[in-house]
Design a protein around this ligand. Structure first.
Ligand code: FAD
Length: 470
């Protein structure tokens, strides 16, 4: 179908921001077209991000558990081996099932889907070079830019997706490297480092800053780093990469202390560059219509996701805010609600963050450092999983729940969880924060026994009173 008839809404980009916006717009009765250049829907998240990484994290975790944990539970396995090709095939199957699923949702919701590269010719017209070699012009009253982000490169480090890989290459290695160096200790680097570490690689994480995952509460971060180190991950913090030599069999990195000083070398087989992501607007023709961006190329929008150009909006990774799939989805829904004359809202202070390693770390709201900066008096309630009966029953008790609440009102300010399933546990905290709940509100909710969630209840009790089980 060509998109040449006028649409109410045209979305450029079919990632979690774009495809969700398109479906929502159609559900609200707006005639909608979504343009995607990749050939499949779901964007970075589904094709080369959230989904394939979680598939490999799960598969590698199963292998690691079979090798190292089953025996503790009286389950004997005689030989445990990795079939990397089969592991990759399961990941690819998960991705392709889900991308096709979104095409199905487009059909169901009557979203017109144009496969090709979109480029503004005016604020209401997008010229699309279609994947089959043609060209079509798609017109719309409202155009939403949802073009997402791309891997940020490091000066002097050329990604070849073989020896020097981005996260995309790290999701598709054909051999388990003996040694892997990860540049950048953000969540993507730690997740991919965990995958290959579990499968047998010696993993060293090199990070310029003095700490890993800068958005994390410092106390949780320390315990998290210790846990990763116990699993064999090595860290070289406050270190910068100043040279890369790929002329030999492997890769020779030249490192230097971040503050300057003597250089050292580090030899490895594969290097993963995961030093952040950058907004993607190449070839979109933003200059042509005069859309404003900031210094790092993010599109500037107001609280209705409108850019400075009338009728043009932007959502997701291409605008400021947490670069996360669920945030992009929320943006998409709120943006379309405004276009349809309703009211939308996204609170970036209440977007949960999850690192899907073992243990997982999940958080929502403020860190203790942020609360201190605010200058509010606060209380901290903590509960370790060592004292949680379910965690002990399953022999998986590394971690804790930490709740920060305002001293005077007991209002919850932030919740931080390190646990095997922290990414699932965090949502009662997200709801509590959304409804301005106090920690006593959580503590007085009956939680089922025996569950890991009881640790959230007990941490809540510990902020204004005493927990029972410690
Ligand atoms: P994108 O998903 O980047 O989608 C943009 C789409 O627009 C792309 O498909 C692109 O091809 C298309 N496009 C761009 N320009 C044009 C054009 N001119 N014409 C047509 N199409 C165009 N987030 C989480 O929340 N949880 C996770 O566990 C998680 N894991 C991740 C793991 C990895 C390895 C990576 C790399 C990212 C991960 N993320 C995760 C981040 C998440 O993928 C992004 O935040 C999310 O995809 C942003 O959504 P988006 O719709 O803004 O952009």
């Amino acid at each position: 179908a060509s998109g040449s008839d006028e649409n109410d809404v045209v979305v450029i980009g079919g990632g979690p921001g774009g495809y969700v916006a398109a479906i929502k717009a159609s559900q609200l009765g707006l005639k909608t077209t979504c343009i995607e250049k990749r050939g499949t829907l779901g964007g970075t998240c589904l094709n080369v991000g959230c989904i394939p990484s979680k598939a490999l994290l799960h598969s590698s975790h199963m292998y690691h558990e079979a090798k190292h944990a089953f025996a503790n539970h009286g389950v004997k396995v005689s030989s445990v081996e990795v079939d990397l090709a089969a592991m990759m095939a399961q990941k690819d199957k998960a991705v392709s099932n889900l991308t096709k699923g979104i095409e199905g949702l487009f059909k169901k919701n009557k979203v017109n889907y144009v496969k090709g590269y979109g480029k503004f010719v005016s604020p209401s017209e997008v010229s699309v070079d279609t994947v089959d070699g043609g060209n079509t012009v798609v017109k719309g009253k409202h155009i939403i830019i949802a073009t997402g982000s791309d891997v940020k490169s490091l000066p002097g480090v050329t990604i070849d997706e073989k020896k020097i890989v981005s996260s995309t290459g790290a999701l598709a290695l054909t051999e388990i490297p003996k040694r892997l160096v990860v540049i950048g200790a953000g969540y993507i680097g730690l997740e991919m480092g965990s995958v290959w570490g579990r499968l047998g690689s010696e993993v060293t994480v090199v990070e310029f800053a003095s700490e890993i995952v800068p958005t994390m509460d410092a106390e949780i971060r320390k315990q998290f780093q210790r846990s990763l180190q116990k699993q064999g991950m090595k860290f070289q913090l406050k270190t910068k990469v100043v040279g890369v030599d790929t002329s030999g069999d492997g890769v020779k990195l030249t490192l230097e202390p971040a503050a300057g000083g003597d250089q050292t070398t580090l030899e490895t087989d594969v290097v993963l560059v995961s030093a952040g992501r950058t907004p993607f607007t190449a070839g979109l023709g933003l200059d042509k219509i005069g859309v404003e961006t900031d210094k790092i190329g993010r599109i500037l929008v107001n609280e209705r996701f409108a850019t400075n150009v009338s009728g043009v909006y932007a959502i997701g990774d291409v605008i400021p805010g947490p670069m996360l799939a669920h945030k992009a989805e929320e943006d998409g829904v709120a943006c379309v609600e405004y276009i349809a004359g309703k009211v939308g809202h996204v609170d970036y202070d209440k977007v949960p963050g999850v690192v899907y390693t073992t243990p997982e770390v999940a958080y929502v709201g403020k860190t203790e450092e942020q609360v201190k900066e605010l200058g509010v008096e606060y209380r901290v309630g903590k509960f370790p999983f060592m004292a949680n009966s379910r965690a002990k029953a399953i022999d998986n008790a590394d971690g804790l729940v930490k709740i920060l609440a305002e001293k005077e009102t007991d209002k919850i300010l932030g919740v931080h969880i390190m646990a095997p399933n922290a990414g699932e546990l965090i949502h009662e905290a997200a709801i509590a924060l959304q409804y301005d709940a106090s920690s006593e509100d959580i503590a007085r909710v009956c939680h089922a026994h025996p569950t890991m969630s009881e640790a959230v209840k007990e941490a809540a009790m510990a902020t204004y009173d005493k927990p029972i089980h410690i």
